[in-house]
Write a protein that binds this ligand. Structure first.
Ligand code: BJW
Length: 221
């Protein structure tokens, strides 16, 4: 049975990473959604870099939780029949042991040079904002997908959704497209695992409510 799992910020919440729309919603007095845009980066690059620097620093201090580990166990058991598509830019799925993970909104620990197109591990380039190690220009940006940009690898994701027997969405509010439409791209069974009702709950065949660290292991094991 082919399974596609979509994860959102809710799966990492119990590891200690803030979601986008749940908490008090402010970062240094800014709406995080306003910081995560190309327009904000063009207008205030230092502010946007600081937002991602802080999240990268926080990521280094947290660990995968029982939900990430359950998905890694599922992959160990079904192999290539599972694809995890994550909207998260953290690396907690990989640190839990998952190997088939597609980061549709990019990765916090990657830097992308908009001048030459090269990507670099952010750990090697972080700190005093050195120039791109490949071309020398000061054009590195966080390798993440902001509003108005095209998420990574959508053709492959669309194909996987089209082919899967089961689509499961975990910890996502269903407010951001195209991920919010995946439940419609899947042709067969669908399941939502989320703390609260999401914007798309009624589109799923089944929806279970609760924390990911309880729901995901219960579903997997
Ligand atoms: C728990 C829990 C616990 C908490 N256990 N659960 C169609 C209609 C209208 C608009 C559009 C449309 N198509 C495109 C748009 C425009 C736009 C969009 O969607 N706008 C909306 C505001 C309406 N979309 C785009 O611009 C996208 N690009 C695009 O569509 O290109 C065109 C194209 C598509 C496809 C093919 C070809 C072309 C790009 C979107 C980029 C989003 N980027 C961000 C930032 C990434 C970098 C970063 O991390 O800083 O991605 S925004 C932010 O939202 C981030 C997230 O990945 C994303 C989704 O958030 P998520 O994960 O759902 O988090 P929350 O906080 O919203 O929800 C958490 C959930 O967890 C809640 O439900 C809680 O209840 C739950 N929860 N604790 C279980 N313990």
């Amino acid at each position: 049975m082919k399974i596609v799992v979509l994860t959102g910020a809710g799966i990492s919440a119990e590891s200690g990473l803030a979601t986008f729309r749940d908490a008090d919603g402010l970062w240094e007095g800014h709406d995080p959604m306003r910081v995560a845009t190309p327009e904000a980066f063009a207008a205030e690059p230092d502010l946007v870099h600081r937002f991602y620097d802080q999240r990268r620093a926080r990521l280094a201090r947290v660990e995968p939780n029982a939900a990430h580990r359950a998905l890694a166990r599922l992959e160990a058991s079904v192999g290539d029949d599972l694809l995890v598509v994550t909207q998260n830019v953290d690396d907690l799925h990989e640190r839990a042991g998952s190997e088939r993970v597609h980061h549709m909104h990019g990765r916090l620990r990657s830097a992308w040079c908009v001048a030459c197109g090269e990507r670099h591990d952010w750990e090697e380039t972080l700190g005093d904002r050195p120039p791109c190690p490949a071309c020398g220009s000061a054009s590195l940006r966080p390798d993440v997908v902001w509003f108005g940009e095209i998420p990574y690898g959508m053709d492959a994701v669309e194909e996987a959704l089209w082919e899967c027997d089961l689509f499961v969405a975990i910890g996502t509010s269903g407010q951001v497209y195209p991920a919010a439409a995946f439940v419609h791209w899947a042709r067969h069974d669908t399941l939502e695992l989320n703390l609260d009702a999401s914007s798309t709950s009624s589109d799923f065949a089944q929806a279970r409510r609760g924390p990911a660290t309880e729901l995901v292991p219960a579903w997997v094991d």
